[in-house]
Design a binder for this molecule. Structure first.
Ligand code: G6P
Length: 608
C-alpha cells in the first residue's frame, strides 16, 4: 500500500527510482510520481494510473536528469486518485518535496492552522500538511524542521524528503510505516520494501519508529526525533534475487502457486528433528507452552483464514481452546485479556496496521505474543515476543498463495508440538501425522501437474456472476480462503458458507445454473456435506465437488468432481486449496484481468 523509492548517488536517479517503484507495484497503487534535483531546481512529474504512464511521460526517466530524487506509488486514502493528489507534494516555492506512506490522523486540525497562516493547499491529501509544516519550520536546517514536524503530527508515516537548499542530501523518516535504507558503492537508497533495491544492494538498514535518516551519495546518518545521532547496523539480505522475478511465468501468482511445495518444505523441514517438532528457535520454553490455557489468533484477510484453519487444527489435535478474530474487530472489541492466553498474530507482510495494533494491545495487557510472519525484520516480527517465520520467500502477487499455505503449515507444527507436550494424542498418532506432514509438498507437486483440468473448468465459468463455496469444518475454513481468492482477482461475487448454514438463508439464492463449489475432504463430515450438495442441486445449482480419491461415488451427485489425494484429515486444507487457487487464477486470466494487481487492493495494508 503506497510505495516509496529514492536514490542519491553517482548514477541518474530517475531510472533507478522508476525501476524501484515498478518492483513495489505489488503493494497496490492508483497513481505515481517522481521528483528529481536537476542541479538547479526540483523537477516533478506525476501521473494517475499505472506506472508505465509515468515511465512513458518521462521516457523512462530520461527527461528528469539528476542524481538525487524520490518517487512514490500512491494508494488513495485522502482524496481520489488524481495527478494533483499523487505524490510527491511540493510547497508553493517548489523548494521542498515530500513522498509519504501512511496517514496523518490530525491533518484536519493541522490544515486549519496552516490555512490560517496563509498556506494554500493544492490537493485533498493529508500528506500536504507535511509539506507546509516543513516550510513553516525550515530555517536552514532540514533536520530541525523534520523533528518539529514529527513532534506535532499524529498517525503513521514513512517519508522521503528533498530540500532545494540541500541538493546533496535526501532525508527519510519513519513511524509505523515500513522504510528501509540501502547502501552500495554507487549510492544510497530509500524504499518501502526490499525488492525495490535488491538488484543494487543487499546491505540494508531497517528504520525504527521515530527515526530520521540523512543520506548523501556516500554516507547515511541516523538521528532520533530529538536530533541526537544514533548508531545503526546494516543487515545483509540473503534473498535470492530471482525470487522477486517472474522466472518465465506469465504472472507472479502462478509462479507463487508453483513455489508452494518448496515454500512448505522450507517452513516445515528445519522444524522436524529426530521425529519430533523442534521449535527451539522460537523464544517460548516447553514449560511456557504447557502453561498456556488458551490461544487467540488475530489476523486480517487470508492470514485470518489461515487462523480459522489453525483453530480447527489446534483444538482437534492439541485440545487447547482456541479462538480466532479479525484484527480490525479484535482491537476495538475490548477483549478479555488473560496472561495465560497465547496471542498469535498472523501476517505475511508483518506490516498490516490492524494486526500490528492488535499485537501492541495484547502485549500491553500482559499477553505473550507469537507472530507467524513471512517478512523478516518487519514491524510485527520485531515487536512480537516470539516469531515463527514462514519461509515462503518474497510474495509479490497481491493475492496471497504460498504465504497462506506456509501459515497453515505453521499451525500444523504448532498443533503437533502442543499436542505432544500436552499428551493430547498418542505417540503413534503423532508419528502418523508427522509422516503425513512431510508428504504434503510432494502431493502438492502432483496436484499442480493436473492444472489443465482446472483451467478447462474455469474457462466455462468466466461469465458467471455469483459463485458459492460450501464446506464443513476445515473445509469451511478453506472455502473462506478460496472464495476470497476468487473475488479478489476475478471480481466475481462469491461467498463462502458453512454448508450446514445454507438452509438458514443462502439457499434462497440458488436458482437454475448457480455455480456451487462444494468441498468435502473430511470423512467424518462427508455424508453431511453430500446432503447439502443434494439440497442445492435440487434447487437447480450446478455443483463442482472437491473430494478425496476414495470418494468417487461423488460423481453420482455432483456435476463435476475434482479429486485430491488422501492425507490426514487436519492437513486436507493444504491439498484442497491448490485446485481452488488455480481456479481463481484461470478465471481471472480468462477474463483478461491483471491477475497480480487487482483493482483497489494492496498487498501490504499499512493503514487502518
Ligand atoms: C491484504 C492482502 C491480503 C492479506 C491481508 C493481510 O488485504 O491483499 O492478501 O491477506 O492484507 O495481510 P498480511 O500481510 O497481514 O498477511
Amino acid at each position: 500500500m503506497c510505495g516509496i523509492a529514492g536514490y542519491i548517488g553517482k548514477k541518474q536517479a530517475a531510472p533507478i527510482i522508476l525501476d524501484g517503484l515498478s518492483r513495489l507495484e505489488y503493494r497496490g497503487y492508483d497513481s505515481a510520481g517522481i521528483a528529481v534535483f536537476d542541479g538547479e531546481k526540483i523537477r516533478m512529474q506525476k501521473a494517475t494510473g499505472r506506472l508505465r504512464i509515468l515511465e512513458e511521460m518521462t521516457q523512462h526517466g530520461a527527461t528528469l536528469p539528476g542524481v538525487a530524487g524520490i518517487g512514490h506509488t500512491r494508494w488513495a486514502t485522502h482524496g481520489s486518485p488524481s495527478d494533483v493528489n499523487a505524490h510527491p507534494h511540493m510547497n508553493e516555492e517548489n523548494s521542498i518535496a515530500v513522498v509519504h506512506n501512511g496517514i496523518i490522523e490530525n491533518y484536519a486540525q493541522l490544515k486549519q492552522k496552516l490555512q490560517q497562516k496563509g498556506y494554500k493547499f493544492a490537493s485533498e491529501t493529508d500528506t500536504e500538511v507535511l509539506v507546509h509544516m516543513l516550510t513553516e519550520y525550515y530555517h536552514g536546517d532540514p533536520l530541525e524542521a523534520i523533528e518539529k514536524v514529527m513532534h506535532r503530527v499524529e498517525g503513521s508515516y514513512a517519508l522521503g524528503i528533498l530540500f532545494l537548499d540541500h541538493p546533496h542530501h535526501i532525508y527519510a523518516a519513519r513511524k509505523d510505516s515500513p522504510l528501509i535504507i540501502g547502501e552500495s558503492g554507487e549510492g544510497r537508497f530509500i524504499a518501502s520494501d526490499v525488492p525495490a533495491i535488491l538488484q543494487y544492494t543487499r546491505s540494508v538498514y531497517y528504520m525504527e519508529n521515530e527515526e530520521i535518516a540523512c543520506l548523501s551519495h556516500a554516507h547515511t546518518r541516523f538521528f532520533n526525533v530529538d536530533g541526537e545521532a544514533i548508531q545503526k547496523d546494516p543487515v545483509t539480505i540473503d534473498w535470492d534475487i530471482h525470487a522477486a522475478e517472474k522466472g518465465g511465468f506469465e504472472y507472479f501468482m502462478l509462479k507463487e502457486i508453483y513455489e508452494q511445495p518448496r515454500a512448505i518444505r522450507d517452513t516445515i523441514s528445519p522444524r522436524i528433528k529426530n521425529g519430533a517438532i523442534d521449535l527451539s528457535e522460537i523464544q517460548i520454553s516447553d514449560d511456557e507452552w504447557k502453561a498456556f490455557r488458551k490461544i487467540t489468533i488475530v489476523a486480517c484477510g487470508s492470514a485470518y483464514h489461515s487462523g480459522v484453519t489453525g483453530r480447527y487444527v489446534l483444538e482437534d489435535l492439541a485440545r487447547i481452546p482456541t479462538e480466532v478474530d479479525l484484527a480490525s474487530e479484535y482491537r476495538y472489541r475490548n477483549p478479555i485479556y488473560d496472561p495465560d492466553t497465547l496471542v498469535i498474530i498472523v501476517s505475511q507482510s508483518g506490516e498490516t496496521a490492524d494486526s500490528l495494533a492488535a499485537l501492541r494491545d495484547a502485549r500491553s495487557h500482559g499477553c505473550k505474543v507469537l507472530a507467524i510472519v513471512n517478512v523478516v525484520g518487519s514491524s510485527i516480527a520485531r515487536e512480537a515476543d516470539a516469531v515463527f517465520y514462514t519461509w515462503a520467500g518474497p510474495e509479490i502477487a497481491v493475492a496471497t498463495t504460498k504465504a497462506y499455505s506456509c501459515q497453515i503449515a505453521a499451525f500444523y507444527l504448532l498443533a503437533l508440538k502442543l499436542a505432544s507436550l500436552r499428551a493430547a494424542i498418542t505417540p503413534e498418532r503423532f508419528r502418523t501425522l508427522l509422516d503425513a506432514l512431510v508428504c504434503l509438498p510432494g502431493q502438492i507437486e502432483g496436484l499442480l501437474s493436473q492444472k489443465e483440468k482446472i483451467q478447462f473448468f474455469a474457462n466455462h465459468y468466466l461469465a458467471t456472476e455469483h459463485i458459492f463455496f460450501i464446506g464443513r469444518g476445515i473445509d469451511y475454513a478453506l472455502c473462506l480462503e478460496a472464495s476470497l481468492k476468487l473475488k479478489e482477482i476475478s471480481y466475481i461475487h462469491s461467498e463462502a458458507y458453512a454448508a450446514g448454514e445454507l438452509k438458514h438463508g443462502t439457499i434462497s439464492l440458488m436458482e437454475n445454473g448457480t455455480l456451487v463449489i462444494a468441498v468435502a475432504t473430511q470423512d467424518s463430515l462427508y455424508p453431511k456435506t453430500v446432503s447439502n450438495i443434494v439440497e442445492v442441486k435440487s434447487r437447480g445449482a450446478f455443483v463442482m465437488a472437491l473430494t478425496t480419491l476414495q470418494h468417487q461415488e461423488m460423481e453420482k451427485c455432483a456435476d463435476y468432481v475434482l479429486y485430491i489425494p488422501e492425507t490426514e484429515a487436519p492437513f486436507m486444507g493444504s491439498l484442497a486449496i491448490i485446485p481452488l487457487q488455480l481456479f481463481a487464477y484461470y478465471v481471472s486470466l480468462g477474463r483478461g484481468l491483471d491477475v497480480d494487481k487487482p483493482r483497489n487492493l494492496a498487498k501490504s495494508v499499512t493503514v487502518e
